[in-house]
Write a protein that binds this ligand. Structure first.
Ligand SMILES: CC(C)(COP(=O)(O)OP(=O)(O)OC[C@H]1O[C@@H](n2cnc3c(N)ncnc32)[C@H](O)[C@@H]1OP(=O)(O)O)[C@@H](O)C(=O)NCCC(=O)NCCS
Length: 248
């Protein structure tokens, strides 16, 4: 965990041997990556390039719309074919599980040989979000426009706190979880890792949700959820499937 207001110090560190302390590489080229690009540009970052999950058609207008260099990231083999010197990175993949696998891959091996010095996952915080000074936000996490993170909330690493989501005081969000737009998580809620809390969900105070849980859009959670799976209803009244994400 890092305090968000420590990011500027880290940027200064990264600047020790680089020309520009606010150059970032983005993994992903989907809708979430577009949002993350916007947030970073609003924070005056320069985007060096993107990593796509397939060889991009560089003449296609949609591809041309992306600024910066584009490289091919082979997701199936987890092979990065780049020689980036960029020190600041963000994994802007919306799918929690894919994001987790890429981040873990980077942590486990890729870095040993070709990590640039001072490699760092950065946070992307929209300037029009509201974040308590007593909240903590882990590296790699994205906070979108209009999100509110209240006092002493603890947000893990590589999470997505999406547009207009409200994370109330003392609530904890596990690593790689996504709180979708417009969700309201009341005080002292605990969300596990790799969870998707669907758009517009309400969770009453002091509820705990296990790892690898998906809550359907528009649900209301009034009881703890202790097993992985997909749950729907307002209040929750149905479990759709069990998701086993323990393989890697
Ligand atoms: C819950 C969810 C994951 C289920 O997806 P799925 O496994 O593909 O399920 P299906 O669409 O096949 O629907 C299965 C059943 O659940 C119902 N259902 C699906 N989502 C529901 C929801 N959010 N609320 C109530 N019922 C829902 C369907 O009507 C269907 O009912 P039936 O069996 O009686 O016909 C998905 O509908 C959802 O809500 N995802 C969250 C999306 C979101 O907020 N993303 C954030 C983007 S920023």
């Amino acid at each position: 965990m890092i305090l968000i207001n420590q990011e500027s110090n880290s940027l200064k560190m990264a600047n020790d041997n680089t020309v520009n302390s606010k150059v970032v590489d983005i993994i992903g080229m989907g809708g979430h990556a577009a949002v993350v690009s916007d947030i970073l540009e609003l924070n005056n970052f320069l985007i060096a390039g993107y990593y796509a999950d397939k060889e991009p058609d560089r003449d296609h207008p949609r591809i041309k719309a992306w600024r910066g260099d584009i490289q091919y990231l082979k997701l199936n083999t987890m092979s990065f074919n780049f020689k980036s010197k960029t020190q600041l990175w963000i994994c802007a993949i919306g799918n929690n599980e894919v994001r987790r696998r890429i981040v873990n891959f980077v942590a486990q091996g890729w870095g040993k040989t070709i990590y640039p010095p001072h490699f760092k996952w950065i946070t992307a915080i929209h300037p029009r979000s509201i974040i308590s000074k007593s909240a903590t936000i882990g590296p790699g996490t994205v906070v979108s426009a209009g999100a509110i993170i209240n006092a002493r909330a603890v947000i893990g690493q590589h999470c997505i706190i999406n547009s207009g989501a409200i994370i109330e005081h003392h609530t904890k969000i596990g690593d790689f979880s996504h709180i979708a737009p417009g969700s309201v998580l009341c005080g002292h809620v605990i969300i596990g890792q790799n969870c998707l809390i669907g758009a517009g969900t309400t969770i009453i105070p002091k509820i705990s949700i296990a790892d690898n849980v998906t809550i359907g859009a528009g649900s209301t959670v009034i009881q703890n959820i202790t097993e992985a799976g997909t749950y729907i209803g307002s209040p929750i009244n149905r479990r759709l499937v069990t998701i086993d994400k323990t393989d890697t």
